[in-house]
Design a protein around this ligand. Structure first.
Ligand code: PXP
Length: 235
């Protein structure tokens, strides 16, 4: 499995003081040094953490940029201009603290299919961040997107409780179905240095996108060590 590192929290800390430090691009350079597969930034509609200029700068690194974004015309224009290696389409609600649920692909199949096409035509890999259900995986396979990212939030929350196995099996079945339908399957959200280990039990997972736990550890160990420890766990 490969690692994608989400560095949004670096921008959150910077914005807390309204100044210029710490710079997400500096985190990006460390990700590059650690040879992660991709650097993820979520450019939210309200720009609460990552800003447009951060995305511009990070897009110039040699490491793949994975741009997380909502299904809006504004974001589509930005993606088509910057041409990140990949985009991950997520639902976005103003009041949420972080991305809460998966994208309802089944409920808006036509809209998402139309949205995906120009991105794929521009050579951008498109991933859909979805809950691990049969309905969402099947719908995703009809959109033209090449990837899905399974939302691991419910599994992560259930980790160590009686619901862990149920949530884990949902991920396992969804990953299998996605692969059978020709999709490359990623996963992420809420993964940490403990619960990530079970991702090895899911055959063929391609990339894990992890942010919060890595940046949290990095406060104490430094980002390079935090990334390398995670790489070791998932390789
Ligand atoms: N994948 C997606 C689509 C996300 O929205 C997020 C959170 O921004 C992550 C992965 C990373 O989640 P976490 O910060 O909990 O590791």
């Amino acid at each position: 499995m490969l690692l994608g590192v989400n560095i949004d929290h670096v921008a959150t800390v910077r914005n807390a003081r309204g100044g210029v430090e710490p710079q997400p691009i500096e985190a990006g350079k460390i990700c590059e040094k650690c040879q992660v597969r991709s650097i993820t930034t979520h450019l939210r509609e309200d720009r609460r953490h990552i800003k447009d200029e951060d995305v511009e700068k990070i897009s110039k690194l040699n490491t793949f940029l994975n741009l997380e974004m909502a299904v809006t015309d504004e974001m589509q224009k930005i993606a088509l201009r910057i041409k990140p290696h990949s985009v991950c389409l997520v639902p976005e609600k103003r009041q949420e603290v972080t991305t809460e649920g998966g994208l309802d692909v089944a409920g808006q199949l036509e809209k998402i299919t139309k949205f995906v096409k120009p991105l794929v035509d521009a050579g951008i890999e498109v991933s859909l961040f979805i809950d691990p259900t049969e309905e969402q995986v099947k719908a995703s396979s009809k959109t033209g997107a090449q990837f899905i990212e399974l939302h691991t939030g419910s599994y992560s929350n259930a980790y160590g409780t009686e619901n862990e196995e149920t949530e884990f099996q949902k991920l396992k079945s969804a990953a299998k179905l996605g692969q059978e339908l020709g999709l490359t399957v990623n996963a992420g959200h809420g993964l940490d240095y403990k619960n990530v280990k079970r991702m090895h039990e899911i055959d063929g997972l391609y990339e894990l996108n992890i942010g919060h736990s890595i940046i949290s550890k990095a406060i104490f160990t430094g980002l390079e060590q935090a990334i390398n420890e995670m790489k070791e766990l998932i390789k």
